[in-house]
Structure formats: structure tokens, C-alpha cells
Design a protein around this ligand. Structure first.
Ligand code: AR6
Length: 188
């Protein structure tokens, strides 16, 4: 059963895309009750700082045990594990680009969203929560990143009604406001 965790979030917005919904919430990715949450991972899929550290702490040590068997992950690619102690049944790990200002950056960031959503479809995942990939330690400017994220998600949802909800979970009010402004201009 899907609930939207409104009690965990300070800000909330919802958009219809095709037959699905894109939600923007201010909150903590580890608290989400979606079928899957996405990890902003490193290439080793190791516990690190930021989102990855928080997800590994909340999921427990078995998550790292499973990650070690996967042979790492390239930038823009995605791999799936169980969610262990998380509310979410699955974690989809994707490695965002380290921002360099090169033309490859947006291509790789878009691939993170698309490949994660494809993996969700293949695993019968209907609801999925993303953090803002690459906009922390990897330094991607958040306005540019929000445009890539919203466009990639909307384009996928238009052709994939099997995904019912994509929830972007933004850490802090100012990040939420950037995504809200972007979604308002792209989706309405
Ligand atoms: N819930 C939601 N969003 C969060 C949370 C949280 N609990 N914690 C931080 N954020 P980052 P990256 C936001 O650095 O830039 C790691 O060490 C944060 O404010 O987690 O893709 C990995 O091991 C920012 O906007 O991911 C990699 O080495 C966004 O999530 C590297 O960092 C992403 O921040 C990946 O860097």
C-alpha cells in the first residue's frame, strides 16, 4: 500500500505525468516507504558520506555485504539490492557524474535517472524515491541538475505507466524550492 509520507516532509508538491505522478518532498530519503529508494552511490558501492552513508546506516551492514558482490558500478549505470532494515524493499544504486563542466556531465546524469527507472520497471517496482543525484559531494549545480532530473523522469513516465509514483526527496527547503520552480516551468 502506498502512502506519501506527508508527515515526514515539510514541503510537498505533486504533478501528473501521463498516468503517473511526480512528487517533490522535502525530507530524508532513508525514511521513504516507496518500493525502492535510490542511492547516490560511489563506483565501489561503498558506504560513504551524504546519501550513501545515511542509506547504509539505516539499512544495516548486510547492505554493504551484498554491494561487495556486485563488482562496483560505472558512472550513469545502476544496480539493485535488497533494502534490509529500510522501509523500502529495494535500493537502486546509481553513480552520478563528478561535475566537471564537460558535455558528458548532463548525459551521464540523465542516464542515472533513466537506468534507475528501467531497473525499477524490470523489478516490478511501482513507487520509487530519488535523492538529488550528484548535487552534494559531486558538485553538480542544483538548478542544472534539477532540469535534467525532472526532464528525464517526465520523459520516462510518459511511456511507462507501470511506474505509478516517482518521488524526488530534497534535503532542505532551498533545494526543494529549486526543484519546485523547475517542475512548475517544465511540467505546467
Ligand atoms: N536524504 C535526502 N537527500 C540527502 C540526504 C538524505 N538523508 N543526505 C544528503 N542529501 P551526496 P553525490 C542530499 O553527496 O553528490 C557520497 O559520499 C544532499 O544535500 O549524497 O551524488 C558517495 O559515497 C545533496 O543535495 O551525493 C559518493 O562518493 C544530494 O543529497 C558521493 O557522496 C546528493 O548528495 C556522491 O555524491
Amino acid at each position: 500500500m502506498y502512502t506519501n509520507n506527508k508527515e515526514d516532509s515539510l514541503n510537498f508538491a505533486k504533478y501528473k505525468v501521463g498516468n503517473s505522478f511526480l512528487e517533490l518532498v522535502e525530507g530524508d530519503i532513508t525514511m521513504q516507504d516507496t518500493d525502492a529508494i535510490v542511492n547516490a552511490a560511489n563506483k565501489r558501492l561503498a558506504p560513504g558520506g551524504g546519501v550513501a552513508g545515511a542509506i547504509h546506516r539505516a539499512a544495516g551492514p548486510k547492505l554493504w555485504e551484498e554491494c561487495k558482490t556486485l563488482g562496483g558500478c560505472e558512472t550513469g549505470e545502476a544496480k539493485i539490492t535488497k533494502g534490509y532494515n529500510l522501509k523500502a524493499k529495494y535500493v537502486i544504486h546509481t553513480v552520478g557524474p563528478v561535475y566537471s563542466g564537460s558535455p558528458e556531465d548532463p548525459v551521464n546524469l540523465e542516464k542515472c535517472y533513466k537506468n534507475s527507472l528501467e531497473l525499477a520497471s524490470k523489478n516490478n517496482i511501482k513507487t520509487i524515491a530519488f535523492p538529488s543525484i550528484s548535487t552534494g559531494a559531486f558538485g553538480y549545480p542544483i538548478k542544472e541538475a534539477s532540469e535534467i532530473a525532472i526532464k528525464a523522469i517526465a520523459s520516462y513516465l510518459k511511456d511507462h505507466p507501470e511506474i505509478e509514483v516517482v518521488r524526488m526527496v530534497l534535503y532542505g527547503r532551498s533545494d526543494w524550492e529549486v526543484y519546485k520552480e523547475t517542475a512548475d516551468s517544465i511540467l505546467s
